[in-house]
Design a protein around this ligand. Structure first.
Ligand code: ATP
Ligand code: MG
Length: 408
């Protein structure tokens, strides 16, 4: 049972399940608006736990930890989708929680998520479900080359294996299905590899009355299955696509009776007439890496939308104030180029050189230990015009020895 949501004014305590960078930025924003915050995360050094008024250091299904959160908070949200749905249900029996356990459970499971998209008449990439040997043996050849993905618990390209031909499918499945748990292997989805023109996403917020506002949709460049750069400026997306992105995302949210911040990721394809079309990839029931630019480049950020939804405050349509780029900073950038093969010597990137450039907003998440492909922070670039932000981006990629990014 969902507890009815009341207006929570500044001074109230907002809780978040999960202590990663998204939780940290939520906490920063909630505190700026005068709220108290509580984070539940098992890691004593979690990025959000380090900056929150309260940090409950325990796992997500610890009954004592959940009781403590209920005691401290006036409402609770989540910053990652892999929280146990039961924890959200338990919290929702005592205080307002959004997004709902139901919505999160859909986003947690690629199979149910894809069914939801299909029910909403939003196109998805061709796919097949593999839960057992028989389904493996009878999967359609037309899905290969494809990407085998675990139905649950994937993130940042983890839990995925590209399958170039049929002989690669079985070993990939044996690897991803994992150990038998309660008589079942991890269900997997084989998705056809789509010829992507590019990728994009949109962050929206929907309140309990069904009112929807959204950030401008953004174009995303991935490297190694991880978001590398987000581009949000005039010409970053073909203008004909924008109303369709908004409509598809709004339908996906409304049909879930979603309350909170939702990100919808899309693939963009091009047909033989050179027209673009959209295929939905997945949803995230929370703010998203691709929406980080909104903190510095919009009058209302995705985290403020999350606070407003949770506190049941009015939603206003965010406006973008200037062109923006968002560059992810992965742990690889901390690796000393002079360290020999097999030797991992870490050092701090040359921040002073980067901060000497105009329109640079450095965001670091306070993670002590850099690791390859670990998201350590991001840089938002803002400027008066598109040329100037790309000029700065090129200087940054040179300083960081990153490959140059193509401009749309
Ligand atoms: P995240 O949670 O970080 O968004 P994820 O691990 O859930 O990522 P996906 O979004 O499913 O993974 O895939 C990551 C990236 O891999 C996509 O953004 C896209 O670049 C590529 N990709 C995934 N599925 C396909 C596909 N069917 N065809 C082509 N490319 C794909
Ligand atoms: Mg994704």
């Amino acid at each position: 049972m969902q507890t009815p949501i009341k207006n929570l004014l500044p001074g109230a305590t907002l809780g978040v399940l999960g202590g990663g960078q998204l939780g940290r930025m939520f906490v920063h924003c909630a505190q700026r608006m005068g709220y108290q915050t509580a984070v539940l995360d098992p890691d004593p050094q979690s990025p959000a736990g380090l900056v929150s008024h309260h940090h409950i250091v325990t796992n997500y299904s610890d009954p004592q930890g959940l009781r403590e959160l209920i005691h401290l908070c006036d409402a609770v949200t989540t910053e990652f989708e892999n929280v146990p749905a039961l924890a959200l249900e338990e919290l929702a029996a005592h205080l307002p929680v959004n997004p709902s356990a139901f919505a999160v459970s859909i986003a947690q499971d690629r199979i149910r998520e894809k069914k939801h998209f299909t029910d909403c008449n939003v196109p998805v990439a061709p796919y097949g479900v593999i839960t057992n040997q028989h389904e493996l043996d009878t999967i359609a050849d037309a899905l290969i080359p494809g990407i085998l993905k675990t139905a649950r618990l994937g993130y940042d390209g983890k839990g995925q294996i590209r399958v170039k031909n049929i002989s690669e499918l079985k070993p990939a499945w044996l690897e991803l299905r994992g150990e038998l748990v309660d008589g079942h292997f991890m269900p997997c989805v084989l998705e056809k590899l789509m010829p992507l023109e590019f990728e994009c996403s949109i962050v929206l917020a929907r309140n309990a009355l069904g009112h929807i506002v959204h950030l401008p949709p953004q174009r995303n460049i991935h490297r190694e299955g991880i978001l590398a750069l987000t581009q949000v400026h005039a010409g970053s997306l073909p203008s004909a696509l924008v109303p369709q992105i908004i409509e598809f995302a709004s339908t996906v949210a409304s049909q879930l009776e979603y309350v909170g911040v939702l990100c919808v990721e899309f693939f963009v394809l091009k047909n033989s007439n050179n027209e673009f079309s959209l295929v939905v990839n997945e949803i995230a029931p929370r703010p998203h890496n691709s929406g980080h630019y909104s903190v510095e480049a919009c009058d209302v950020s995705q985290f403020e939308l999350q606070v407003r939804c949770l506190a049941n405050l009015p939603l206003t349509q965010p406006r973008q104030l200037c062109p923006a780029l968002m560059l992810n900073l992965l742990g690889d950038l901390w690796l000393d180029p002079n360290s020999g093969p097999g030797q991992n010597v870490w050092r701090e990137p040359n921040w002073p050189a980067i901060l000497a450039l105009p329109g640079v907003h450095l965001n670091l998440y306070g993670k002590k230990e850099p690791r390859r492909l670990r998201k350590m922070g991001h840089i938002t670039l803002t400027g008066r015009d598109t040329d100037s932000i790309y000029e700065t981006l090129n200087q940054i990629t040179e300083i960081l020895s990153l490959p140059v990014f193509a401009r749309p």
